[in-house]
Design a protein around this ligand. Structure first.
Ligand SMILES: *Cc1c(COP(=O)(O)O)cnc(C)c1O
Length: 391
């Protein structure tokens, strides 16, 4: 059967279109001869071979490639201004692929407040495989520079960081790394390409937990790795994806692809809400401190303002003026913030990070992490007002 010509030849130069336009345009199905406006889910695990032995559009087997996956990857690569994207069954599978792509004896620099599960993965698995690591304050260029070793292969950046909302200077760190032939990978899950595009600032790799803002509705898990260049390293990640097999299911790709079409609307609204809530909380006598890069007193507000565009994200943390019991009480007293882990969905969530991270956690006992949703901001603020009255 003859398949339609690739739509992409009709696409105008990608540079001339804005992100929110590309997010819609790239969601179009170019593989179905019925030309549906909304892409169907391709569940088939295998594909028919033509008489001449070739495979139409190159689809052979579900682990290798899938139309929903390919559409998703193309869309994310475009939004991050990358050459290629490889998607995985979860954010951690994507993170894991990046570390698996290094070699024995390599050394990586991690932020001192690296995402907790990455710390556990490195300690529990990759250290045994001979991957060395040092944790360093990623906001301190001098400290990063001093921590570089002759075998340093990768600098891992999370900005804004979890849950302390620290900011790292992507451009400066990339310049430093490039001079020493070190790769820079940025976990861009929190800001999303709507607010921050690390590959444009000099990073080589962007990683996402698509579970969060891309999916946007707390109903799917996924992850991806995006490369600035389609180089040997990108090929190795693809090998880990297709042969390692940690691929996302077609339905999951479809859900995430659908989420991406409203990413711009959601993130813009959520970011506006977050800034307003942060501005309100900062004035409240029972709030000891608000950790949010959109506040002028944040130590790296200026860097955040330079490298983020259109706002400072929809995640913030607060330090309650109280002990651990009072802090947890505030979180349960809130009616419109569900006490649950994760982030990036349309609904507001709140979490006492220390209890989630366990005894080895470095997170302060009076810290609550907030993921802001798309609810009305006046309602969210009133909720905080009543919750803070109980302590
Ligand atoms: C959630 C998260 C991850 C892990 O992603 P999963 O989809 O839960 O596996 C990695 N990095 C950041 C910043 C996250 O928020």
């Amino acid at each position: 059967m003859k398949l339609p010509i690739n739509y992409s030849v009709k696409n105008p130069e990608k540079k001339s279109l804005k992100l929110e336009t590309l997010a819609i345009k790239n969601a179009k199905d170019q593989y179905n001869k019925l030309h549906p406006v909304s892409a169907p889910i391709y569940l088939s695990s295998t594909y028919e071979r033509s008489e001449d032995g070739s495979y139409a559009e190159g689809f052979v087997y579900g682990r290798h490639d899938n139309p929903n996956r390919r559409m998703l990857e193309k869309n994310i690569a475009t939004l991050e201004n990358g050459a290629v994207c490889h998607s995985f069954g979860s954010g951690m599978a994507a993170v894991s692929a990046v570390f698996q792509s290094l070699k024995m004896g390599d050394h990586v620099l991690l932020p001192d407040d690296v995402y907790f599960n990455i710390q556990t993965l490195i300690e529990g698995v990759f250290r045994r495989w001979g991957l060395e690591h040092t944790k360093v304050n990623m906001s301190d260029l001098q400290a990063v520079s001093s921590a570089i070793q002759s075998n340093t292969a990768l600098i891992w950046i999370e900005t804004p960081s979890n849950p302390q909302l620290k900011i790292s200077d992507i451009r400066a760190l990339s310049t430093l790394a490039k001079a020493k032939n070190i790769l820079v990978a940025v976990d861009n899950t929190w800001p999303t390409p709507i607010l921050q595009t690390p590959l444009n600032l000099g990073a080589n790799i962007v990683v996402h937990s698509t579970t969060k803002y891309f999916g946007g509705h707390s109903d799917v898990l996924g992850g991806c790795v995006v490369f600035k260049e389609k180089d040997e390293h990108a090929e190795r990640i693809k090998l880990i994806q297709t042969h390692g097999g940690g691929i996302p299911a077609p339905f999951d790709c479809w859900l995430i692809a659908r989420g991406i079409q409203t990413l711009h609307l959601r993130v813009t609204k959520q970011t506006e809400n977050a800034q307003k809530l942060a501005d309100w909380l900062v004035e409240h006598p029972r709030i000891h401190r608000v950790l949010y890069p959109g506040l002028k007193y944040h130590p790296n507000h200026q860097i955040a303002a330079q490298q983020m565009h259109g706002g400072f994200g929809a995640m913030l943390s607060v330090l309650i003026d109280g002990d651990e019991t009072q802090t947890v009480k505030v979180s349960t007293q809130l009616q419109l913030f569900t006490t649950a882990t994760s982030l990036g969905g349309v609904e507001s969530l709140i979490e006492h990070r220390k209890s989630v991270e366990g005894p080895s956690s470095q997170t302060p006992a009076n810290l609550l992490r907030i993921s802001i949703g798309i609810e009305n901001i006046a309602d969210l603020i009133s909720d905080w007002e009543q919750a803070l009255m109980v302590i």
